[in-house]
Design a protein around this ligand. Structure first.
Ligand SMILES: NC(=O)c1ccc[n+]([C@@H]2O[C@H](COP(=O)([O-])OP(=O)(O)OC[C@H]3O[C@@H](n4cnc5c(N)ncnc54)[C@H](OP(=O)(O)O)[C@@H]3O)[C@@H](O)[C@H]2O)c1
Length: 341
């Protein structure tokens, strides 16, 4: 059984990682199409060790006969083209924020709520959550099952690759320029990102939070439990790849550090690195290219009755985007899209 898979946004940070993950995991492809904007049409991208793909223009790409499309071309583009692909009978797994909160579109992290994939039939679209939400819910789901989470306070330390290839270029160019006393004015970020941190990701909301902070709250509720309260502060930091999160969690029931560590050690997609020494915690640099969500610094939060504090790190381009999308596709073909070769 093999499938025709289109990767839309294939020239971008997430799209390139999608091609890599599809090849690494030997997704059963009959054919792969790389699709991007008209500006990239005809360019070449490699897939696996020996396949070269010519990039197609999304505007003229016909999704008829394609089984699955992994979309990451930005929300405005997905808004137009994801329904067009779905109408042609191609199941869309969309990485943008466009459809995440629509009630008839499932928002899926396979380790957390994989059974929701069944709801793809309503619109032909499955949404991939925000990168910061994904790693947080992977780590918190086992703890929620054990002691029922009531409230989460999270501060994120998000890498520039979360803003795509141009975000990475901006950090690189600014850093180089500063060493020779030159200035590269900010374009992708609100302020200088080199040797700085910026407490703004996405636009401001009427209540003073940012849209990224709002996304973490509403997506966590949609995926994990509508009762959970989330207070997030999202910060861009000068790291190329890998998002980190300092998380304080309040539970309804008592939970010890040992219980948390033990349940996390057995949890799918989670790797506990927690030795309470300088070598005993994860940092983003060590997580690049890895699939797991790393949990470190597990300790009691003594300021609330049933509280824990944690440090959660993951590769935002993999589990935060491409890997999660491919895992959804794997589940989709395993359970729902069985067909002959
Ligand atoms: N980076 C992350 O960690 C992350 C995580 C989760 C979700 N996402 C979401 O995924 C999306 C892409 O992110 P990214 O980081 O990969 O951005 P990126 O590096 O800027 O790549 C954007 C991709 O979209 C394509 N594209 C742009 N406009 C297009 C159009 N009009 N028609 C067709 N293709 C078009 C680009 O093609 P060209 O090269 O031809 O311009 C490129 O392939 C965003 O919505 C982002 O929010 C990103």
């Amino acid at each position: 059984m093999t499938y025709r898979v289109a990767v839309v946004g294939a020239t971008g940070a997430v799209g390139k990682e999608m091609l890599k993950v599809l090849a690494e995991r030997r997704f059963p492809v009959a054919e792969v199409a790389a699709v991007a904007s008209a500006a990239s049409a005809g360019k070449e991208l490699s897939f696996g060790d020996d396949t070269v793909l010519k990039v197609h223009n999304l505007e003229t790409f016909d999704f008829k006969g394609w089984d699955i499309a992994l979309f990451s071309p930005g929300a405005a583009v997905s808004k137009v083209h994801a329904p067009r692909a779905a109408a042609a009978g191609c199941v869309v797994i969309d990485n943008t924020s466009q459809f995440r909160m629509e009630p008839d579109v499932p928002l899926v992290v396979p380790e957390v709520n994989g059974s929701r994939i069944a709801d793809y039939r309503k619109r032909g679209i499955i949404a991939n959550p925000n990168c910061s939400t994904i790693q947080m819910v992977v780590a918190l789901k086992p703890l929620h099952e054990l002691a029922t989470i009531e409230r989460i306070v999270v501060a994120t330390y998000q890498s520039v690759s979360g803003a795509g290839k141009e975000g990475m270029d901006e950090l690189f160019d600014q850093t180089k320029a500063l060493y020779v006393n030159e200035d590269v004015p900010p374009q992708q970020f609100a302020k200088r990102i080199a040797f700085n941190v910026i407490p703004q990701i996405d636009v401001f909301m009427p209540d003073g939070s940012t849209k990224e902070e709002w996304k973490m709250a509403v997506e966590t509720r949609k995926i994990l439990d509508p009762e959970i309260q989330v207070s997030a502060t999202c910060v861009r930091v000068p790291v190329f790849v890998g998002h980190s999160e300092a998380v304080n969690v309040e539970f309804a029931k008592p939970i010890t550090v040992e219980e948390a560590r033990s349940v996390l050690r057995k949890a799918p997609g989670v790797q506990v690195v927690d030795d309470r020494s300088s070598d005993g915690y994860a940092t983003p640099v060590e997580c690049v290219g890895e699939d797991a969500t790393y949990v470190s610094r597990i300790r009691k939060d003594p300021t609330v009755p049933n509280g824990l504090a944690l440090w959660i790190v993951s590769d935002n381009l993999r589990k935060g985007a491409a890997l999660n999308a491919v895992q959804i596709a794997e589940e989709l073909i395993r359970v729902y899209l069985k067909k002959a070769a």
